[in-house]
Design a protein around this ligand. Structure first.
Ligand code: GRF
Length: 219
């Protein structure tokens, strides 16, 4: 029986990535268990999604804390109380501090709606359109001390079309996000991710695979 990785999922909004993780767990394609969903926004729709699936939720409002560190310390406390192994940032719109990073070293993932290192930060769909790139996409990465700078686990590419606006591009990218985030978490659950500096090695599922499979890990 595959290890079911214990997740703590942090959201601020719609929670469609949370939904895709829930759906993959329920479909048996992701060996994980959601221990808690935490939102810093009280009326985030993702909380409704979580409750519909009987998941434990908690609202921790950042504005109730006097510093980022104090907010993060409370997040860490709740995540630890709930026995979380891997923290999944899914549309969590807060920058995290070293307090958080040190509590979960190499155990925080994020999804970003651009092909990093291009377009870190916010409003990235419009930035991609304004820059004139022909392709954009999404990136799942481990979180480090920078903003959207951590080691990359999986990326997916989509075309940027001539008549795209930020909304149409965001929707096309989001469909890919829903595929690669559960996939990245599954690779973690299978123990196949190894961080070497800023490179994430993806080990094959079966180490007895032939050499071609070793050089082309099946993502
Ligand atoms: C996604 O585009 C994600 O890449 C970004 O925030 C958005 C969250 O969407 N970090 P949702 O809340 O998962 O629907």
């Amino acid at each position: 029986m595959m290890n079911r990785v214990k997740l703590g999922i942090l959201i601020s909004g719609s929670g469609s990535n949370l939904q895709s993780i829930i759906d993959n767990i329920e479909a048996g394609t992701l060996s994980a268990e959601i221990k808690i969903v935490i939102s810093n926004v009280g009326d985030a729709y993702g909380l409704t999604r979580a409750k519909k699936h009987g998941l434990k939720t908690e609202v921790i409002r950042h504005e109730n804390f006097t510093s980022r560190e104090a907010f993060d310390a409370r997040l860490v406390e709740v995540l630890k109380e709930n026995d979380v192994e891997l923290v999944v940032l899914a549309g969590f719109m807060r920058v995290i501090t070293s307090t958080f990073l040190q509590a979960f070293p190499n155990r925080i993932m994020n999804i970003h709606p651009a092909l990093l290192p291009s377009f870190p930060g916010v409003h990235v769909w419009q930035k991609a359109i304004d820059y004139g790139v022909k392709f954009s996409g999404c990136t799942v990465h481990f979180v480090d001390q920078g903003t959207d700078t951590g080691p990359i686990i999986i990326q997916s590419v989509v075309p940027v079309l001539d008549d795209d606006d930020a909304d149409t591009l965001a929707a096309r990218i989001l469909r890919q996000e829903h595929k690669i985030y559960p996939r990245a978490i599954q690779l973690y659950a299978e123990g196949r991710l190894e961080i070497q500096g800023r490179i994430v090695k993806v080990h094959p599922k079966d180490r007895s695979l032939d050499s071609e499979s070793l050089t082309n890990p099946r993502l």
